[in-house]
Design a protein around this ligand. Structure first.
Ligand SMILES: Cc1cc2nc3c(=O)[nH]c(=O)nc-3n(C[C@H](O)[C@H](O)[C@H](O)COP(=O)(O)OP(=O)(O)OC[C@H]3O[C@@H](n4cnc5c(N)ncnc54)[C@H](O)[C@@H]3O)c2cc1C
Length: 385
């Protein structure tokens, strides 16, 4: 198994870039509910967001473990990968299932930073986690599909040129298995917004640009179908293991950030004439948080190793995401507690990172759904839903 030190070159490269964007930068973006455009542009021009694009299409063709280290370092530096991680997650659908023509048309331009593919639209308001019941329909009319329906929580749409859309092409009542009859499309947002696609922002707890989407006879050229019609759900599932491992890496980055900040503060803050970190009641929770982040990191590398070797990794990817999201959330609590009242002050950044890391217990998959995966698929317990 690869060790964390194997990626020192990537770590130092990403760290050096992130150092140009100090805490004040992300604090200001968060306060203004803005988008870190300069930061994302710098990551793009340095090639980090094209890590998973194969070299023949202009990317750096790195493996998932390396990509996970990039995401980890962004979050460990105090930044938030949520502004730009979409490209890494969505890439899998196009790289693995796109036609040669689609890959030649889009991937080199994405790698050069001319096009952004930051958004994927799966979740719907009435069906939530029960994805196979989604209601958005795409019906073929000659060389076009007409799309009608609604999506919710679709992120980075206003900072993306392309959106990957999952819609039903055969009604649920007409398929043998509920996972059949859904298809994936590449939607050019410039041709769509205001022309059949309406966006409505969802103000939310973190600075996460996310929207409701309303489709009213949106036309999509038939050539924008990715892979075969009706197989879209399989393509999305195929990318989820990579997504879980990358999210785990972001949580691990957050976890290290919280542990490092808590340690620094506990060493510096003097109360009752001694550093608060001299008290076991303060130092033990920080040590415990560190142990849990380290353990989650090992499971992340195990999942990535299996994925990169084209081995089944559903259990490991899910467990890595579970452990990492839990470890980062516990580290966040410890960091806040260690800072006492100052943990609540925006200028310490703890409250911002605390809000940001909380999201990963819910999205892109909630903790309960991971537990049910492990119960059913790893342990052989009865399916619960
Ligand atoms: C900031 C943000 C950004 C997002 N970005 C995107 C995006 O870009 N694209 C996209 O497609 N989606 C996105 N999502 C949606 C996200 O993936 C969903 O919120 C998440 O999958 C949970 O779905 P839900 O909100 O509909 O919850 P629900 O499915 O309504 O579930 C609510 C709660 O009930 C629990 N629950 C439901 N069923 C069961 C069961 N059978 N057993 C046990 N517990 C159960 C869940 O675990 C959850 O805690 C985003 C969400 C947020 C908050």
């Amino acid at each position: 198994m690869r060790r964390a030190t194997d990626y020192e070159e990537i770590r130092s490269g990403v760290r050096a870039l992130c150092a140009q964007f100090p805490d004040e930068y992300f604090r200001k973006v968060d306060a203004e509910r803005g988008y870190p455009s300069e930061f994302v542009a710098a990551l793009t021009s340095a090639g980090w967001l094209a890590a998973l694009i194969p070299e023949e299409y202009g990317g750096s063709g790195l493996n998932l473990a390396a990509a996970s280290v990039i995401m980890e370092e962004i979050n460990r530096s105090g930044g938030n990968s949520g502004a730009c991680h979409g490209q890494m997650y969505v890439m899998n659908v196009l790289v693995r299932h796109g036609s040669e023509a689609q890959k030649r048309e889009y991937l080199p331009r994405i790698a050069r930073g001319e096009l952004r593919m930051q958004s994927m639209a799966v979740t719907e308001p009435t069906t939530g986690t029960d994805t196979t019941k989604l209601k958005t329909m795409a019906v073929r009319h000659g060389d076009r599909y007409l799309v009608n329906g609604q999506k919710v929580w679709i992120s980075r749409v206003r900072y993306s040129d392309l959106l990957v859309l999952l819609a039903r092409t055969t009604p649920l009542a007409q398929v043998q298995r509920k996972s059949e009859g859904m298809s994936v499309f590449l939607v050019n947002l410039h041709d769509s917004v205001g022309k059949g696609l309406t966006l409505r922002s969802i103000p939310n707890m973190v600075n996460h640009e996310t929207n409701e989407l309303f489709f009213d006879n949106l036309e999509i050229p038939a050539e924008n179908l990715i892979g075969e019609e009706g197989k879209g759900f399989k393509y999305i599932l195929d990318g989820l293991n990579a997504e879980r491992a990358l999210i785990a890496a972001e949580c691990i980055g957050d976890g290290y950030w919280f542990v490092e900040r808590a340690t620094k503060y506990a060493n510096e803050r003097v109360v009752f004439d001694r550093p608060i970190g001299r008290n076991q009641g303060v130092q033990f929770p920080i040590a415990e948080a560190h142990i849990e982040v380290e353990a989650a990191s090992l499971m992340r590398f195990k999942a990535c190793e299996l994925y990169d070797a084209h081995q089944p990794c559903g259990a490991e990817a899910n467990m890595a995401k579970y452990l990492a999201a839990k470890a980062s959330w516990e580290a966040a609590n410890v960091c806040l507690q260690t800072h006492g009242g100052f943990g609540f002050a925006s200028e310490y950044d703890v409250e911002r990172k605390f809000r940001e890391t909380r999201l990963y217990q819910v999205a892109p998959i909630s903790t309960n759904l991971i537990l049910s995966y492990v119960a059913e698929h790893v342990l052989g317990l009865p399916r619960s839903f």
